[in-house]
Write a protein of this length. Structure first.
Length: 583
């Protein structure tokens, strides 16, 4: 196969690593940016339309309250229920009192209301504006409404007019009996002023539409009604709002809607100029960045081309690093055929050196470090302090026999622990049991009848080769963590063979161990001393014999059992590699 030339490689690298990724990044970033900006603008316009809608709803709510005001004000109610001649002095006084009551209404009730007409059943009326005169159509509209309010939008257009609220009033003291009519005029100009007060910007148009799809109030910027933009119908708006869509996007147009309490729909429509400005700024920034990256990549291509022309010098530098034990260093396999061969040969040599370094040299260092950690765990300060304290008080009390036994066994333990560990830290099982016996003897004197020990081991196994100082930490762990508060504790040591493996188990009937916590302590080195002993035991066995062997823990009834598994190896006096014969 023909090799690609250096010039071709640089061109392909430039196209693949620069041009295409930049195009993809630009496209994705542009889409994400535009979507996020539109979403933020939707949130802004939704809040704006809700604010305007709440204020308009407040006007309509005041009108509804005002339509019931005659039934709650005594002077007006007296006028509506008055009997007798309309020309009588008493009737005129009652009517004047009602007029005064209407004139004294708080200003808040008058907001956007330009006209109140009050009519008795007999036809007499109090009106403050000619625009609230009752018509035949008004009486017909109220005929089947009972005392419910009736909104009349037919006299209002987007350019002006009034929205009328009518109600047939019932006597609150005699509900089947009607007492009159009220007609209120809400000005579209007042509603438009509310919209103008909260208008977001000059690019937003606002419309209020009826269920008959008539636009009755509007604040049009002229960008939509004078263009070919199709405005949404009442049914479309109602469907989207009922589905929970308070704002939506149609192309570049953002629409937001709000359903008013009297059934009308208020909506806004805009093409945000800010979106175009932000897009221009974004595209300019991205374009500038792409140009800079483009020229920077050219410099990098020139730089790498020089590296390709001087491969032998770089190879010499890597060889120097290899001589400084930087075995993880690798050379990229590229360039011409000859350079590829040299790179592959160098990488293969570095991999072999790294393997030998990690598996042989570092393995021995880790084994030695585990040995030191194990020794540190064996020389437990608490154990030494407690033992020495017990010896002190026994000597004070004159118990010379137990004192001498403890001193003798402690001395023997210390001598066995601190003596040079020949034969790769390996001892006979008999030697390991002797060290354990010294420890158990001390603990029996300390705890008396509170803890009972038993050890089962066939004599034929005592010449087997084992890692030193594994049993004593397990027994100590059983006493300290399992039987710390027990008054009748049991520690069982059972040593046996299983297939071609040597197994020893240390069980105690104390507090059951948390198996998941034990597994965690075995898998990762503890940051504190807690769990260090069992971690060291497991790590030493795995380093010595492989990951198939090690320490595990399980529950057997009321007993917590720690199980150590290692190969069955006969001990012989020789060097570390020839002194073990697996069976």
């Amino acid at each position: 196969m023909k090799k690609i030339s250096m010039h071709q490689q640089i061109i392909i690298l430039f196209i693949c690593l620069v041009t295409l990724p930049l195009f993809i990044i630009f496209t994705i970033a542009s889409n994400i940016f535009t979507a996020n900006t539109k979403r933020d603008l939707q949130t802004i316009y939704t809040a704006n339309i809700n604010e305007i809608g709440n204020n308009i709803d407040a006007v309509f709510a005041n009108a509804l309250e005002l339509s019931l005001y005659p039934l709650m004000e005594n002077s007006i109610l007296s006028y509506l229920t008055a009997e007798g001649s309309e020309t009588s002095t008493e009737y005129k006084l009652i009517k004047q009192s009602a007029v005064n009551a209407l004139d004294s209404l708080p200003y808040g009730y008058r907001n956007c209301i330009n006209g109140i007409g009050l009519y008795t059943e007999s036809g007499d009326s109090i009106i403050d504006n000619s625009n609230v005169k009752m018509t035949d159509a008004d009486y017909e509209n109220l005929e089947n409404m009972d005392s419910m309010p009736y909104w009349d939008f037919s006299h209002c257009t987007s350019s002006g007019g009034y929205i009328y609220l009518l109600r047939h009033l019932k006597d609150p003291m005699n509900l089947p009996h009607y007492v009159g009519y009220i007609k209120l005029a809400v000005t579209s100009s007042g509603l438009r002023e509310i919209i103008q007060e909260f208008q977001k910007d000059d690019h937003v148009s606002y419309f209020i539409v009826t269920p008959q799809n008539r636009s009755i109030v509007g604040l049009d910027t002229g960008n939509y009604t004078e263009s070919e933009t199709e405005l949404p119908s009442y049914s479309t708006l109602a469907r989207k709002l009922s589905a929970g869509e308070s704002s939506w996007i149609d192309g570049e147009i953002i629409m937001s809607g709000y359903t008013l309490n009297n059934g009308l729909v208020l909506y806004s429509i805009t093409t945000p100029e800010v979106l175009s400005n932000i897009k221009q700024t974004f595209y300019f920034s991205i374009g500038t960045a792409e140009i800079l990256v483009f020229f920077f990549t050219l410099l990098l291509s020139f730089y790498f081309s020089r590296l390709i022309t001087a491969p032998l010098r770089k190879l010499g530098e890597h060889m120097t690093e290899l001589s400084e034990e930087k075995f993880s260093d690798r050379i990229p396999v590229n360039g011409c055929y000859e350079i590829q061969v040299l790179s592959e040969t160098y990488n293969h040599m570095a991999e072999r050196l790294e393997f030998l370094y990690n598996e042989v040299y570092m393995g021995k260092l880790q084994l030695k470090q585990s040995r030191l950690d194990a020794l540190q765990a064996q020389l437990n300060p608490h154990f030494l302090y407690n033992t020495l304290d017990t010896i002190y008080w026994m000597s004070k009390m004159g118990d010379s026999e137990n004192t001498s036994i403890m001193v003798s066994n402690l001395s023997k333990m210390m001598r066995m622990t601190l003596e040079p560990g020949g034969n790769n830290n390996m001892v006979t099982l008999d030697r390991e049991l002797e060290h354990l016996t010294c420890y158990i003897t001390i603990q029996q004197i300390r705890y008396g009848e509170k803890i009972h020990f038993s050890c089962i081991c066939d004599d034929s196994l005592k010449n087997m080769s084992v890692l030193s100082f594994l049993l004593q930490p397990l027994v100590e762990n059983a006493i300290v963590h399992g039987l710390g508060k027990s008054a009748d504790g049991i520690v069982k040591i059972n040593i046996f063979t299983q297939h071609s493996d040597l197994v020893y188990e240390v069980a105690n009937n104390g507090i059951p161990a948390d198996i998941k916590e034990i597994e965690r302590l075995l898998s990762e080195k503890p940051a504190q001393t807690r769990g260090l002993a069992i971690y060291n035991i497991n790590e030493r066995i795995r380093l010595k014999y492989g990951n198939r062997y090690g320490l595990s823990c399980y529950l057997n009834g009321t007993f917590t059992v720690f199980k150590v598994t290692q190969p069955l190896v006969r001990h012989s006096h020789g060097n570390s590699t020839q002194g073990e014969n697996r069976l």
